[in-house]
Design a protein. Sequence first.
Length: 304
Amino acid sequence: MSNLADSSHPARPAVAWIGLGIMGSPMSENLIKAGYSVTGFTLEQDKLDRLAAAGGTAATSIAEAVKDADVIVTMVPASPHVEAIAYGPDGILENAKSGALLVDMSSITPQTSVDLAKAAKDKGIRVLDAPVSGGEAGAVEAVLSIMVGGEQADFDAAKPLLDALGKTIVLCGPHGSGQTVKAANQLIVAVNIQACAEAVVFLEKSGVDLKAALDVLNGGLAGSTVLTRKKDNFLNRDFKPGFRIDLHHKDMGIVTDAARNVGAALPVGAVVAQLVASLRTQGDGGLDHSALLRAVERLSGAQL
Ligand code: NAD
């Protein structure tokens, strides 16, 4: 880590954090708890206040946040947001130090990550794509799975910092590989939620005690992290995000497009992508992805 060290705290690189949303806020706070100095920038003032209250420094622009940083972490919604914060005169690449390491933890298209790594190399900035899985709870508890794409040496340099954010941290291959694995993750999660939602409606219509049923199901082969994390959402019809349908819609677009490019068929994934899209058009895009239950309820005759 010596090539990333901050002179005021040799053991820890100085960190800039761009994007302090549902995930970025608790993740950046975990870095602060681990002893990193974090300077952040995001679009909402209340999130900047939250960072300052946690012991970080709120910046007024991306340029100000990144200018002295050894490591820059980004956690914004989608490819256009990553491009907006990375490129242009006010962006990361123009304003970061040569030699800085940019760790993009947003879930975006693999091609955007590949292009970013190429553009950053011209500026002497190293890049890792490092999207995560584990949801808001995983971010808060610092137990995320982090799937990384990029160079081994950069992964090794970032690993101590990533260890403060997650539990399962794996270099999956060259630039973009982390995003490809994340796309597969989102396919599995969406299909799993859909199966759980269909089971919930079937069980309730059959008159079975739902809580008892989900408890016993979760102890067998049908059990899953999805069921563990989302059981209460189903039981209480609590769809406060969490992970928004809007973001999962974006991810289903990424995985279906990437699969088409390599000639992989995703028949069930394609159907679930349509169900996610239909929830959005019905005004449920801001709800947690466990709201796939609402789509199944509507298809089963419920008036919602
Ligand atoms: P969010 O919408 O809660 O937060 C995004 C943040 O990005 C906001 O605070 C916004 O201000 C900031 N931002 C956007 N444009 C910006 C700009 N130009 N300059 C500075 N800041 C900007 O989203 P989230 O739920 O935290 O998700 C972030 C990423 O993580 C997404 O790619 C998502 O798919 C992924 N992800 C989310 C979860 C989850 O459970 N929420 C889980 C795993 C992965």
